[in-house]
Design a protein around this ligand. Structure first.
Ligand SMILES: NC(=O)c1ccc[n+]([C@@H]2O[C@H](COP(=O)([O-])OP(=O)(O)OC[C@H]3O[C@@H](n4cnc5c(N)ncnc54)[C@H](O)[C@@H]3O)[C@@H](O)[C@H]2O)c1
Length: 267
């Protein structure tokens, strides 16, 4: 028996074999949860591969559900599909996120602001709104929203709309914790620093371009700002998320947990 046997989890943005979404789904499945992994229609092939890998590695019940979280109608039908196929929703991990835009304030366009808001804020809380009624029916639940250290403090060079929307995500998650605490639904944030995924590789490329150096030099520069000297493996972030989903964490709500190799100590 795992700590999550009999529970159903929905994990967004789980379309990449090396992404954080897969690591979260794997961690939850290892504890016995059934999982609905989600991704956009344009990433269906990746989603299918990730779903199959979870089934192969854990034997858990796992399904793929297509949803662009920035589209309310798609969110409604995705939650309904997950609940119908897996028997409810107990855990929601909002992992899908984007970092469009520029770290130079005046370079940011309306499109950059809207794109970040659509996924990181509107998408996250649309998923929460869809899942909460199912959690209430089950007598409780756990929401874990993935922000970033950029949701706690600013850092030079990071896109402004990313910083703003990750801060918004932290704030509204606290409000959810206040409103739903008495209903047994926890709402917490995990704030990673750097994770060895595609998103980090894109950030290294942007730094290399801005600094006129190679991607390797940019990575070394970034690693020098991390007390433990390297980015996290996705599984190291997933471990904190899985804990927040377990019954052991039912008294933990409204907090933001930095999992950042010590970087948060300097914020
Ligand atoms: N990689 C890092 O260094 C880092 C650091 C801090 C926080 N984070 C956060 O961790 C989370 C996962 O990041 P990652 O590194 O795996 O990124 P990634 O870019 O590799 O994956 C992001 C996932 O979100 C999905 N996604 C994007 N827009 C979507 C939409 N509209 N609808 C549905 N899905 C959508 C993508 O398809 C992908 O599956 C993000 O919220 C990110 O902000 C990442």
């Amino acid at each position: 028996m795992g700590k999550l046997t009999g529970k159903v989890a929905v994990v967004t943005g789980a379309t990449k074999m090396k992404g954080l979404g897969r690591a979260i789904a794997l961690g939850l499945a290892r504890e016995g949860a059934s999982i609905a992994l989600t991704g956009r229609a344009s990433s269906k092939a990746g989603l299918d591969e990730v779903v199959q890998s979870i089934i192969d590695e854990t034997g858990a019940k796992a399904i793929g559900v297509l949803v662009d979280v920035a589209d309310q109608a798609q969110v409604d039908s995705a939650i309904a599909e997950a609940a119908e196929k897996l028997g409810g929703v107990d855990i929601l991990v909002n992992n899908a996120g984007i970092g469009a835009g520029s770290g130079v304030f005046l370079e940011n366009t309306e499109r950059d602001w809207d794109a970040n808001y659509g996924v990181n804020v509107k998408g996250t809380f649309a998923m929460c709104a869809g899942a909460i009624p199912h959690m209430e029916k089950r007598g409780g639940g756990a929401i874990i929203n993935v922000a970033s250290l950029a949701g706690i403090g600013a850092s030079v060079g990071m896109p402004y709309p990313y910083i703003a929307t990750k801060h918004a995500l932290v704030g509204a998650t606290k409000a959810l914790a206040l409103e739903y605490g008495s209903k047994g639904i926890t709402a917490n944030v995990v704030a990673p620093g750097a994770i060895a995924t595609d998103m980090l590789m894109e950030a290294y490329k942007a730094i290399a371009e801005a600094e006129g150096c190679t991607v390797e030099e940019a990575a070394a520069l970034e690693n020098s700002t991390i007390p433990v000297g390297r980015p996290a493996e996705p599984s190291e972030i997933a471990a904190a998320i899985v804990f927040l989903a377990t019954p052991e964490a039912k008294y933990v709500t409204g907090i933001t947990v930095p999992v950042a190799g010590g970087m948060s100590a300097g914020i």
